[in-house]
Design a protein around this ligand. Structure first.
Ligand code: NAD
Ligand code: GLY
Length: 361
């Protein structure tokens, strides 16, 4: 199936998100036909390269129409750093790219964020394709054009909004994800249904076993729904001046936990913890019913995402990180909070003591 992202109704900024099974190899034809690049530069990470080396060779390196190169960064969040960015930048420039060159981000959110960032700055912008291989990258980071790297102060402090030219989502990549990465990814699916789709949240509640067993049909439904939710939001508010902020539900506290752990806590686990705290804040402010709060807690627990990771980080350190958040303004930190499952509001200033009491609950 195909989802189109229509930005400002301009055809030159519209891109397709192709979602399917076993259709990764269709890129071999699509790239020369649609983009006719002079060079293809594939950025991937050490794990993805190890698992999918033969697919990389067959799809990217065997092309007769253009030359292709593969650059591999170490796997993991630590690669979203200034140091790796500098190194990658130099390696790409050594390949002497032109504005007709195409960058391909083949991997999870780390590869997608850093490669997308470089695509937006090299030669003041070259085209790039996202080929996401984790749940987080399929349902979230590959869509919407947020790119960037982390600083020790906090997450994603340096970055751009730069849309890909195409996104190719092959659900079957999910089958090789290690257990921990798989559950880490489910957090973003849960988030997108909490903020925008009560029916899909109900589907999750009824299909827990399917997800626990990585049933391809269940996964396909969840990934397709999440991508649909995200792309509709991005179409309406590409630059996050309003509506797009609802995608940050769970992320204000989540990003602070990631930063406090020096990025040892994975994004999805931190976001799950953030969802619990921010749903609790929504409840304490009288917005969210006790019943909906309980449904959220239950689903996170069923997916093993209710880990109490936050107990390792005291609230003062978390609050310091929150104050570095991009969602702050001169009046304070704007939270995205929910009034029911399927409905989220944004720019809600919450006082420190409320966040503290929800965090310590
Ligand atoms: P990741 O890229 O580190 O991937 C997780 C792990 O899975 C890595 O070890 C990777 O090597 C491995 N892996 C990837 N694909 C695999 C596969 N098919 N089989 C086996 N192993 C595989 O992390 P992630 O969870 O994909 O993404 C997290 C990052 O995404 C964070 O940096 C987060 O900030 C960012 N993010 C960005 C956005 C955005 O809008 N740009 C949205 C959400 C998250
Ligand atoms: N991951 C949140 C966004 O893309 O806006």
């Amino acid at each position: 199936m195909e989802i189109k992202v229509n930005l400002n109704k301009r055809s030159d900024r519209t891109y397709k998100i192709q979602i399917g099974r076993k259709d990764f190899s269709s890129l071999k034809k699509l790239i020369p036909q649609k983009f006719a690049p002079d060079k293809c530069i594939v950025v991937t990470d050490s794990n993805v390269k190890r698992i999918y080396n033969s697919e990389i060779k067959a799809v990217f390196l065997s092309s007769k129409e253009h030359r292709s190169f593969v650059i591999t960064i170490p796997a993991g969040e630590k690669s979203k750093s200034q140091k790796v960015r500098d190194k990658l930048e130099r390696e790409i420039i050594k390949l002497n790219p032109s504005r007709q060159s195409l960058l391909i981000a083949f991997g999870g959110g780390v590869v997608g964020d850093i490669a997308g960032f470089l695509a937006s700055t090299i030669l003041r912008g070259i085209k790039y394709i996202q080929v996401p291989t984790t749940i987080i990258s399929q349902v979230d980071s590959s869509v919407g054009g947020k790119t960037g790297i982390n600083l020790p102060e906090s997450k994603n402090l340096i970055g751009t909004i730069y849309q890909p030219a195409h996104v190719q989502i092959d659900i079957d990549f999910i089958q090789t994800l290690p257990e921990e990465e798989y559950f880490n990814g489910l957090a973003e699916i849960v988030k997108s249904f909490i903020i925008a789709d009560e029916k899909a949240f109900g589907y999750l509640e009824k299909n827990i076993n399917g997800l626990l067993k990585r049933n391809p049909q269940t996964l396909q439904y969840c990934i397709k729904q999440s991508v649909g939710i995200k792309s509709k939001i991005v179409e309406q508010d590409e630059n996050e001046t309003g509506l797009r902020k609802i995608l940050n539900f769970g992320h204000t506290v989540g990003h602070a936990i990631e930063a406090c752990s020096n990025y040892r806590v994975k994004h999805g686990f931190a976001v799950a913890e953030g969802i619990l705290v921010e749903a609790q804040i929504s409840n304490q402010l009288g917005k969210l019913s006790e019943n909906d709060l309980q449904r959220i807690k239950n689903i996170l627990e069923k997916f093993g995402l209710s880990k109490n990771i936050r107990r390792k980080y005291d609230f003062n350190s978390i609050w310091k990180k929150i104050l570095f958040d991009k969602k702050k303004n001169k009046n304070g930190v704007g939270f995205s909070l929910i009034s029911k499952i399927g409905k989220c509001e944004y720019n809600i200033l919450v006082e420190r003591y409320v966040v503290k009491s929800a965090y310590n609950k």
